[in-house]
Design a protein around this ligand. Structure first.
Ligand SMILES: C[S@@+](CC[C@H](N)C(=O)[O-])C[C@H]1O[C@@H](n2cnc3c(N)ncnc32)[C@H](O)[C@@H]1O
Length: 286
């Protein structure tokens, strides 16, 4: 069921509120290995025009720029763009930063060889609209590569819990996990070749579950946002549910420490080349 424009706008305002809290650089450090895996899978060449959508502070953008690509990074949340620009300037990387909604990208048709989005455009409230926009800005024969958490993962299990604790949010209007269903993704990119692969990222170990929780409560945007809007009792209940699921999904080491396990999907979409002899056929771009 397609949601209304008003609902979509409200959802985007919430995204901006969430991603304006917490420490974006903390989340970026956690997600860096996954963005690196995405860029390695997409393998942009030197000189390729690459767009990072929902770039946050630029994890995928940075990895692509280090391979010599010409990179534009974009995000809906002004604070992310600001911190991202500061980060890549400090790193001496020539990356152009733009504030942009995945559903309405401020770029001409056929602008990019590759569009990357690591846990980014999957949060657009209208997946079909976002998919059309990504397809529009990528050149014929180009590719779209993204990541999303697997449904069967800690993040997949936590998502409905987070939604339940966000006031005025249930039922969740957006199923971001639909980006991990092959048939659904194929229907969003007609004529393109779609490949999904699943991967596991093992994070650093936490000495205890309390340490893990503390890190999360202080730094992860969705959780810092929840903390800012809930009273203490309700936030304590949230903590209880978090701990239960965290223990269920973590790898417990011999010394009792806990290692996070992030199951994620890489989606690779190859768009058809515009050839008159063979319209609509999907080919790889290199
Ligand atoms: C989980 S963070 C991922 C950031 C970064 N790609 C990374 O891997 O670290 C999600 C990002 O998506 C952005 N976002 C949410 N909705 C968006 C939309 N409709 N268009 C563009 N970006 C969006 C948020 O502002 C946030 O920076």
């Amino acid at each position: 069921v397609e949601i209304t424009t008003d609902e979509a706008d409200a959802f985007k305002r919430r995204q901006i509120a969430v991603y304006s809290t917490g420490d974006p650089t903390f989340l970026a450090r956690r997600q860096q290995p996954i963005a690196a895996a995405l860029v390695e899978a997409a393998a942009p060449g030197a000189g390729d025009a690459v767009l990072d959508v929902g770039a946050g502070t630029g994890n995928a953008a940075v990895a692509a720029a280090r391979r010599g690509a010409r990179v534009t990074a974009s995000d809906l949340t002004p604070r992310q763009v600001e911190l991202g620009r500061a980060r890549t300037d400090a790193d001496g990387l020539d990356i152009e930063w733009v504030e942009a909604d995945a559903e309405q990208l401020p770029f001409p048709d056929d602008s990019f060889d590759l569009v990357l989005s690591s846990f980014g455009m999957v949060f657009a409230p209208r997946p079909d609209v976002a998919a059309r926009e990504l397809l529009r800005v990528v050149r014929p024969g180009g590719r779209i590569a993204y990541t999303m958490h697997a449904r069967d993962s800690f993040n997949g299990a936590m998502h409905p819990v987070i939604v339940r604790y966000l006031p005025d949010m249930a039922p969740d209007p957006v199923d971001a996990f639909s980006w991990t269903d092959l048939a659904t993704v194929q229907s969003r990119f007609p004529g393109c070749e779609v490949r999904l692969s699943t991967h596991i990222d093992r994070g650093e170990a936490h000495p205890s579950i309390d340490d893990w929780w503390q890190d999360t409560a202080e730094n992860i945007p969705a959780v810092t946002y929840i903390r800012s809007v809930l009273d203490d009792d309700r936030f304590a209940q949230f903590r209880y549910e978090f701990v239960e699921l965290a223990l269920q999904y973590a790898d417990v080491e011999a010394d009792g420490s806990l290692r996070r396990r992030t199951n994620f999907v890489i989606g690779m979409v190859t768009c058809p080349r515009a050839t008159t002899e063979d319209p609509g056929r999907a080919e790889t771009s290199h």
